[in-house]
Design a protein around this ligand. Structure first.
Ligand code: ATP
Length: 308
């Protein structure tokens, strides 16, 4: 018989949206989406440790992106642990440490990533042996970006983004990320999008074939031209400085630039690591960004990296 595990550490990436097409607002207040996600090499590490009986779920946050991350039951990792324990009749006595590197409220799905990591960690810690589909079903109850963070790579998300199908993508893409010190609220950005589109005829969204073709052909130039985000105007309307950030990328020869998700992170696609370094230096010295990070994608979704 194997001894029970005491602790499991899961590494999980952030994401950017290469395409984010937003349909009309539906009766329930949500929007139908078609999005193309790419998981990129900025990671949180979520460690789940068994705690003494009766202690409940406790959250601690460490790392370089701690500001604004709740340590109570509103943390998505807490919610994921509570839901998994409820479904599988496990007494929820757990310590969760989240080492955060994914920018908070940056449109990179950091909270969703931590929820996905927690689902995987509970499965491993209690040797539940869940299938990918079973974990996806729990993930979609927690948020529309959570299912993608379990799979990672490159994928098309439909519905609210939670109906995920892996997409064929060849090669590695290099990104420079312009990060803001202050996040943007996702509901506020959708609200601004609705306001800007009031009176317009908004059609149901479709996957962008040229973009998918570019990923298949490993054609970074074409990918750069086909990046599209329907929330970009709304994010720029709420945060006009984002337009200046987007302009700097254009001046320094980025292949494409896009606000990630609901922003305010701006992602620039570049040719290689050398161009990434040049653009990172230009953005830093421009004074229009909070900080800059470099990343590549696609990378794996949530993955167990240590256990004891
Ligand atoms: P969204 O998924 O809504 O698009 P986002 O990707 O822009 O959000 P997140 O980093 O997920 O941004 O954080 C959004 C908000 O969720 C934060 O401001 C914070 O209050 C809350 N939150 C809950 N759990 C977490 C978590 N584990 N990490 C970060 N933020 C969290």
């Amino acid at each position: 018989m194997t001894a029970a595990l005491n602790s499991v550490m899961v590494r999980v990436p952030g994401k950017i949206n290469l395409q984010l097409s937003v349909g009309p607002k539906e009766a329930d207040g949500f929007h139908g989406l078609v999005t193309v996600f790419q998981a990129i090499s900025i990671f949180d590490e979520v460690t789940l440790t068994r705690n003494i009986e009766g202690s409940g779920i406790a959250i601690s946050i460490s790392g370089d992106q701690t500001h604004g991350v709740p340590t109570d039951s509103s943390n998505l990792a807490y919610r994921a642990a509570a839901l998994m324990c409820e479904i599988h009749s496990i007494t929820p006595d757990l310590l969760i440490n989240i080492k955060k590197s994914i920018p908070v409220a940056g449109g990179m799905a950091g909270g969703s990533a931590d929820a996905a990591a927690t689902i995987l960690a509970v499965d491993a810690l209690f040797t539940l042996g869940l299938s990918r589909d079973e974990m996806q079903a729990v993930a979609s109850q927690l948020g529309s970006d959570v299912p993608f963070m379990l799979v990672g790579g490159t994928a098309v998300g439909r519905g609210r983004g939670d109906e995920v199908t892996s997409a064929l993508s060849r090669g590695t893409y290099h990104w420079v990320l312009a990060l803001s010190t202050v996040g943007l609220s996702t509901p506020a950005v959708y609200g601004e999008c609705d306001r800007l589109r009031a009176g317009m005829d908004v059609v149901a969204p479709h996957a962008n074939d040229q973009l998918l073709q570019a990923l298949l052909a490993q054609d970074a130039v074409s990918l750069g031209k086909n990046l599209v985000n329907d929330l970009q105007s709304a994010a720029c309307s709420l945060r006009p400085a984002l337009r200046l950030v987007l302009d700097v990328g254009g001046e320094y020869g980025a292949l494409g630039s896009i606000v990630s998700g609901s922003g305010p992170t701006v992602a620039f696609l570049v040719e290689d690591e050398d161009q990434a370094l040049d653009l990172a230096v230009a953005l830093t010295s421009s004074g229009v960004v909070g900080s800059v990070a470099r990343a590549y994608g696609p990378v794996h979704g949530a993955k167990v990296i240590e256990f004891s």
